[in-house]
Write a protein that binds this ligand. Structure first.
Ligand code: ZN
Length: 253
């Protein structure tokens, strides 16, 4: 179980060719660059897990595999799915896509610079959901949960889970807080809604899974060279980020 303390949970958004985007920003990574990163994981014997695996590990039903890692894609953009699913399937890599259920098959209003990005359609989600490709909740409307009233936040959490489960026919285990926005109330409501895990970006917890509703992720950027990638998945880096964020949380109090 110790190995999970430094589990790298990679956060990607768009894996898309530069020529297909209006503004090439920090959310867009070229498919070739992404493929090199995945090749590295395969070559070095990393094992990609999803939220079902994480549940099974924590329940003691399966062992933690060697070199566990989780690959997540926020917003489940249609073109990203088209670009990465065949590539991941060929390498038998498991992945997690997060869905904004109120915007299925629609333009992503929250992505200001590239608002014309379409998110995955219901058909696409239905067809792809399986052991390799899993879908988890990214709320209904992609709002800052910490800024909502309790009843609004609860609605975002409950409705998105129900709807996504009705499409995939599979249990939705995780909430990926939009903008990494959460607080203690949001975490409590997520647990009450039946989620098992909450994924953030920055967390004040020392280790990745110290708090299952505050699982830290690593932001993957287009400027990452392969050496940056290696650094970002290294246990020392995950450890260092934990210490840095605890320090920041204390400092900002
Ligand atoms: Zn998002």
């Amino acid at each position: 179980m110790e190995k999970l303390n430094y589990l790298p949970v990679l956060m990607y958004h768009n894996i898309i060719d530069k020529t297909s985007v209006k503004v090439s920003n920090n959310y867009c990574i070229e498919p070739r660059q992404f493929e090199r990163q995945m090749d590295y994981l395969v070559e070095k014997g990393y094992n990609c897990i999803n939220c079902e695996d994480l549940e099974n590990i924590l329940q003691g039903r399966i062992e933690v595999p060697e070199k566990p890692i989780m690959i997540t894609f926020d917003d489940a953009y249609s073109e990203t799915l088209n670009n990465v699913v065949p590539l991941l399937a060929a390498k038998k890599i498991k992945s997690v896509f997060t869905v904004v259920t109120g915007y299925i098959g629609r333009e992503s209003s929250w992505e200001k610079e590239n608002s014309s990005y379409l998110t995955a359609t219901e058909d696409q989600i239905k067809k792809l959901a399986g052991p390799l490709v899993t879908f988890e909740s990214h709320t209904k409307k992609h709002l800052h949960l910490a800024g909502l009233s309790l009843s609004e936040a609860e609605k975002e959490l409950v409705k998105s889970k129900e709807f996504l489960e009705s499409i995939t026919g599979r249990k939705v285990r995780a909430i990926f807080y939009p903008y990494g926005s959460y607080n203690e109330n949001v975490k409590r409501l997520a647990a009450k809604a039946g989620y098992l895990f909450g994924f953030v970006i920055a967390s004040s917890k020392k280790t990745v899974i110290q708090d299952l509703f505050e699982i830290r992720r690593v932001y993957m950027k287009p400027s990452d060279s392969l050496s940056d990638f290696k650094r970002k998945i290294a246990p020392w880096y995950i450890w260092y980020r934990g210490r840095r964020e605890v320090f920041r949380a204390v400092g900002s109090r």
